[in-house]
Design a binder for this molecule. Structure first.
Ligand code: PLP
Length: 399
C-alpha cells in the first residue's frame, strides 16, 4: 500500500564514503586508500596525539559531573579558540569584537553560520570555489541558499585561476556571501599567495561582500601562525567576517566533533547582539554542544606544556606530509621522467590534485587496489615510507 516511507527513493551514495566501502571490501593485502581526508602516521595508522592522551589523563583525574554546557559551549574552549584563531593580542580579541561559539566540528560551524546568515541575509547568494569541499554546496543549499561557483582551479597551470576568481568577485552583487578556504585548499592543495589575498581582501571590502573563511587545516600548510594569517588580516580589515574552524585534523580528534564558529563584528556592542542571535540558532539546532572534545582541546591549548607538545606534534604531521610530497615527486622523476609532478611540492595541506584522469584512477583501483577520487585528488597524508614505492610504481605504469 502507498505510504509516506514507501514512496522514498534511495539517496545517491556519498562519493568519498563510497570509495571507503569499496576499499574495505577489497581483499588485496596491498590495498591503499588515498581517498579519505584523514592523516595517518608512517605506520599507516590514525594517531592518538600525545597531547590529547595527556589532556585526557588530567581530565580523568578530576572527573566532573556532566551538566549542560552553555548554549555557545565551554567558555574556556571558546576563549582558547578565539585567541588561537585571531591572536591573543589582537585588537579584535582585546576589544571583544569577536564572538566564538563551540560547534560540532567544522561542519557544524559552517551549518551554524549558514543558518545565521539565512536569518539576516535571506536574499544573498553564496559563492564557493570551483572546485570546493563537496559538502560546502550541499550545506549552504540545505540552509536555503542558492550556491554558485567562482573560478578557482586552473588545470593548465595546476594553480589558481586568480584573474578569473577576482573578476567574479568584482562582478557579483554586493552583499553576496563568499566562502574562502583560509589555507590548504581542499581538494586542490592550491592556495593563494599573500599578494593575491591582499587583493581579495580589498575587493571584499570595496564591494561589501560577506567573507566566510573555512579553516579546517590550520597548521598543515606552513605552520599555525602562518596558516591563520589570512583570518587575522580579514578580522583587522573590519567586520563582518565569519570563520569556521575545526580540530578534527589538527588534534586528530575526528570523532569528537570539535570546531567553532567565530563572527567578527565592528564593536563589542554589535558583537553582543550577534552572539544573542547566534545562540538562538544553536538552541533550535541542538540546544548546546557536547562537553568532552571541547574540554580536551581547551585543556591542551591552555596548559603550557600540552600546548607546546601539540605544536610539536602538529609540526611533525606537517613535516611528514611535506616529506611524502618530496619523495613522491622524486620517485616519479626516476620512474616516469617524461612527466613533471613538481607542482605537488608547491601544494599545501593534506591533498593533491594529482592530475590523474578518471581512467587512470580506475586503473589504479582495478589493477593495483589503490583508491583515489575520480577527480584525481589523492590524500598525501595516506602515503608513508612503506607504501610510497608501490603507489609511485603503479602511477608510473598507468600514466
Ligand atoms: N571544511 C573543509 C574544507 C574540510 O575539508 C572539512 C573536512 O574534511 C571540514 C570543513 C569539516 O570538518 P569536520 O570534520 O570538523 O566537520
Amino acid at each position: 500500500p502507498a505510504s509516506l516511507l514507501n514512496a522514498i527513493e534511495m539517496a545517491p551514495r556519498d562519493p568519498i564514503l563510497g570509495i571507503t566501502e569499496a576499499f574495505n571490501a577489497d581483499k588485496n593485502p596491498n590495498k591503499i586508500n588515498l581517498g579519505v581526508g584523514v592523516y595517518n602516521d608512517d605506520n599507516g595508522k590514525l594517531p592518538l596525539l600525545e597531547c590529547v592522551r595527556k589532556a585526557e589523563v588530567l581530565l580523568a583525574e578530576k572527573l566532573s559531573p556532566r551538566g549542560y554546557l552553555p548554549i555557545d559551549g565551554l567558555a574556556a574552549y571558546d576563549k582558547a579558540v578565539q585567541e588561537l584563531v585571531f591572536g591573543a593580542d589582537s585588537a579584535v580579541v582585546k576589544e571583544k569584537r569577536a564572538v566564538t561559539a563551540q560547534a560540532i566540528g567544522g561542519t557544524g560551524a559552517l551549518k551554524l553560520g549558514a543558518d545565521f546568515l539565512k536569518r539576516f541575509a535571506p536574499n544573498a547568494q553564496v559563492w564557493i570555489s570551483d572546485p570546493s569541499w563537496e559538502n560546502h554546496r550541499a550545506l549552504f543549499e540545505s540552509a536555503g541558499f542558492v550556491v554558485n561557483n567562482y573560478p578557482y582551479y586552473d588545470a593548465a597551470t595546476r594553480g589558481v585561476n586568480f584573474s578569473g576568481m577576482l573578476d567574479t568577485l568584482n562582478s557579483i552583487p554586493s552583499g553576496s556571501i563568499v566562502l574562502l578556504h583560509a589555507c590548504c585548499h581542499n581538494p586542490t592543495g592550491a592556495d593563494l599567495t599573500d599578494a593575491q589575498w591582499a587583493q581579495v581582501i580589498e575587493v571584499v571590502l570595496k564591494r561589501g561582500l560577506i567573507p566566510f573563511l573555512d579553516m579546517a587545516y590550520q597548521g598543515f600548510g606552513d605552520g599555525i601562525e602562518s596558516d591563520g594569517k589570512v583570518v587575522r588580516q580579514f578580522a583587522e580589515a573590519g567586520g563582518p567576517v565569519f570563520v569556521s574552524n575545526s580540530f578534527s585534523k589538527s588534534f586528530s580528534l575526528y570523532g569528537e566533533r570539535v570546531g567553532a564558529l567565530s563572527i567578527v563584528a565592528v564593536s563589542a556592542e554589535e558583537a553582543a547582539r550577534v552572539l544573542s542571535q547566534l545562540k538562538r540558532v544553536i538552541r533550535t539546532n541542538y540546544s548546546n554542544p557536547p562537553i568532552h572534545g571541547g574540554q580536551v582541546v581547551a585543556t591542551a591549548l591552555a596548559t603550557p606544556e600540552l600546548r607546546a607538545l601539540w605544536e610539536q606534534e602538529l609540526a611533525d604531521m606537517r613535516v611528514r606530509i611535506r616529506d611524502m610530497r618530496q619523495a613522491f615527486v622524486q620517485k616519479l622523476k626516476e620512474q616516469a621522467p617524461a612527466h613533471n609532478f613538481d607542482f605537488v611540492i608547491q601544494q599545501r595541506g593534506m591533498f593533491s590534485y594529482s592530475g590523474l584522469t578518471k581512467e587512470q584512477v580506475n586503473r589504479l583501483r582495478d589493477e593495483y587496489s589503490i583508491y583515489a577520487i575520480d577527480t584525481g585528488r589523492i590524500c598525501v597524508a595516506a602515503l608513508n615510507t612503506r607504501n610510497i614505492d608501490y603507489v609511485v610504481g603503479a602511477i608510473a605504469k598507468v600514466i
